[in-house]
Write a protein that binds this ligand. Structure first.
Ligand code: ZN
Length: 258
């Protein structure tokens, strides 16, 4: 892997997988979807039982400041493989990532973060209702499909806990974790990051609707119509999205100057 290339990516730049992981950390950190260093993005290395993940280390500043030098290679046992890892270590909750990759071959990226608005709903045991449709179809779809909740609030610091989380999550794009955070999984780093942004938007709208009154789900008929919308199929092997999802990701990278 080339560690000397520029991280000043533009929309047209073809980024390495390391750079895409670091960029997703910066975007999500700068959108304040997690505090300080409490979160990690990983990407499956195609064809291997390995991943790239944001590491913990003596000089780290947190997700919003992540550089490619903080991205390390680890195996599915959570062991660091990079011979030049400069004292960097896998995050304690690496088992969220290892167990999801083992359980779901379709998943090429996993993100775990602590977005406060989403966590508040888990604390109050309130559902994230499908309260809108065309306002934001992608985030509405998360609510319509249902968002599983993991009922423990502890660190996922063992393969057993990671496996339980993967079982709770099933085939979902996103899972909330009671009094803790969220996990998203997608066909690419960008997909998983967009799911987190969309989950947060769903929570923000539910929260504000509750300040105004009693939020009501959209009709069953409209929920079904939203389910029937055709979606772009992800590209194989963890490649970045094309079309509308690529445009959306470009927006967030520009918005956050990431
Ligand atoms: Zn956590």
């Amino acid at each position: 892997m080339n560690r000397n290339a520029s991280t000043g990516a533009t929309a047209e730049t073809v980024l390495s997988l390391e750079d895409r992981v670091a960029q997703a950390c910066r975007v999500l950190g700068r959108l304040e979807l997690t505090r300080a260093a409490t979160g990690h993005v990983s990407a499956r290395i195609p064809g291997k039982d390995r991943m790239l993940i944001r590491a913990r280390g003596p000089a780290e500043l947190g997700d919003r400041y992540t550089t490619r030098d903080e991205i390390i290679e680890i195996d599915f046992a959570g062991q660091v493989l990079d011979p030049d890892h400069r004292g960097l270590a896998a995050p304690q909750e690496v088992f969220i990532h290892t167990e999801l990759y083992k359980a779901r071959p379709d998943v090429h990226a996993v993100i775990h973060m602590h977005p406060p608005t989403v966590v508040l709903f888990s604390i109050c045991d309130l559902p994230l209702l499908p309260i809108y449709g065309a306002y934001d179809p992608a985030s509405a779809r998360l609510a319509i499909d249902g968002i599983p909740m993991f009922d423990r609030s502890i660190l996922i610091n063992s393969p057993e806990l990671g496996s339980r989380l993967a079982t709770t999550m099933g085939g979902a794009k996103a899972c909330t974790m009671h009094g803790h955070g969220v996990t998203t999984a997608g066909a690419s780093v960008e997909h998983a990051a967009l799911y987190l942004i969309q989950l947060n938007e769903l929570a923000r709208m539910n929260y504000q609707a509750r300040l105004l009154g009693e939020p009501k789900p959209i009709s069953e008929e409209d929920q079904e119509a939203m389910r029937q919308r055709t979606r772009e199929a992800p590209r194989a092997g963890g490649a970045p999205p094309t079309g509308n999802e690529a445009a959306l990701w470009r927006y967030y990278t520009r918005l956050t100057d990431a």
